[in-house]
Design a protein around this ligand. Structure first.
Ligand code: F0G
Length: 359
């Protein structure tokens, strides 16, 4: 009898280990990350004038609310297997929450270094909840990354930023999932770019799958925020600024690989304004998908390119990666919306309001 039961998902290592370059000594530490929804968004496509099959890969549905969990399961599994007792990362927030959760799962200590005052509340709370030691520095993410690299060189503490190659091995599984679901690679992939680990990982995944089974290659549209766009400007940005704090990064660790991914895929890296990012966050939310500002950046870039007639995607399949959940950064919404109307708890009062308002 077919009970309609699907194979239970066991996390990205269980599903893809055969095609991940993960050493034998790795001991899988998983929170059943991955297997995130690929959501068709036809109305949104129409709203931005994209006559294509548009999908959102909603990575905010991972266990800690961002795509980082895919890479973190791999990095923590490797670190645990070689006997590391502690991990460290620099973060704009999501990496911190993810590292803290997977370290807790593995029984390891976790140290995170973040730029003071520039991390969304939900991310910081996550890192603290999972028991990480959080240190704020009076500096940027780039300063924090410099520091954690030096810490990992001088102390027996494993670095779990995306300079760690196992992070990429885990993150590339998102490309495999997209291919598994669509049957082949999409024509375009749009995604936000910060420290450039994710764009590097997707390209690694797509090229590896294509070499193995001819699943094809997408063109990659990497999108930065215009106040933090070192890859577009061609030089580091000393004081990066953007409302999309997750990608407020002036010196991406994987800059070279990101530029190569864009070039080899015949895609490009562009920048969009904070206003464009927030407008896209709103459009996504009104389609039922609430993401944090950085996560709307890839789609904002696609809308920008369509508006300026710089892409022709008619009849094509396009996947936009939405990297993190909106719940991580509620302040960005709540500080701009009006306080809900307060009334007595009575039907009369409610109906009076419904008559007065154009509900
Ligand atoms: N989107 C979100 C929600 C992120 O948190 C990040 C990076 C990116 C996109 C960019 O990905 O760095 O691989 O190019 N967040 C890191 C962090 C820097 O510390 O959480 P990338």
């Amino acid at each position: 009898m077919n009970t309609g039961q699907a194979q239970p998902h066991q996390g990205v290592i269980a599903r893809y280990r055969a095609v991940m370059d993960l050493p034998q000594h790795a001991i899988p530490v998983t929170l059943l990350e991955g297997n995130t929804p690929l959501i068709p968004v036809p109305q949104l496509a129409q709203a931005i004038g994209a006559q294509c099959d548009l999908f959102v890969k909603f990575e905010g549905m991972n266990p800690t609310g961002s795509f980082k969990d895919r890479g973190m399961t791999a990095a923590i599994s490797e670190a645990l297997g070689r006997g590391a007792g502690a991990v460290v990362c620099a973060s704009t927030g999501n990496t911190a929450a993810s590292a803290a959760a997977y370290a807790a799962r593995a029984g390891m200590r976790c140290l995170v270094i973040i730029p003071s005052g520039k991390v969304a509340a939900g991310k910081l709370a996550g890192a603290v909840a999972h028991g990480a030691q959080v240190i704020q520095i009076d500096g940027s993410f780039d300063d924090a990354l410099d520091l954690v690299v030096r810490i990992s060189q001088r102390h027996p503490i494993a670095l779990v930023n995306s300079l760690n190659p196992y992070r990429l091995e885990g993150q590339k599984t998102a490309a495999f999932e997209i291919i598994d679901e669509l049957g082949s690679a999409p024509d375009w992939l749009c995604l936000p770019v910060g420290n450039a680990g994710n764009i590097t990982s997707y390209w690694l995944g797509f090229t590896q799958a294509n070499a193995r089974d001819g699943s094809g290659l997408p063109r990659i549209l990497g999108v930065q925020a215009s106040g933090s766009a070192p890859l577009v400007l061609g030089h580091p940005v000393e004081n990066p600024e953007t409302v999309a704090t997750a990608i407020r990064i002036g010196k991406p660790a994987r800059a070279e690989e990101a530029l190569q991914a864009a070039e080899q895929s015949q895609g490009r890296i562009i920048a969009v304004s904070d206003d464009d990012i927030l407008a896209m966050q709103k459009l996504l939310a009104r389609s039922g998908i609430w993401v944090e500002p950085a996560s709307a950046t890839g789609l904002a870039g696609l809308a920008h390119e369509l508006k300026h007639r710089r892409v022709d995607i008619r009849g094509q399949r396009v996947v936009a990666v939405c990297t993190g959940h909106g719940l991580k950064d509620p302040d960005i919404i709540t500080r701009s919306f009006p306080t809900p109307t307060s009334i007595p708890a009575s039907m009369d009062a409610i109906e009076a309001l419904l008559r007065a308002d154009s509900f």
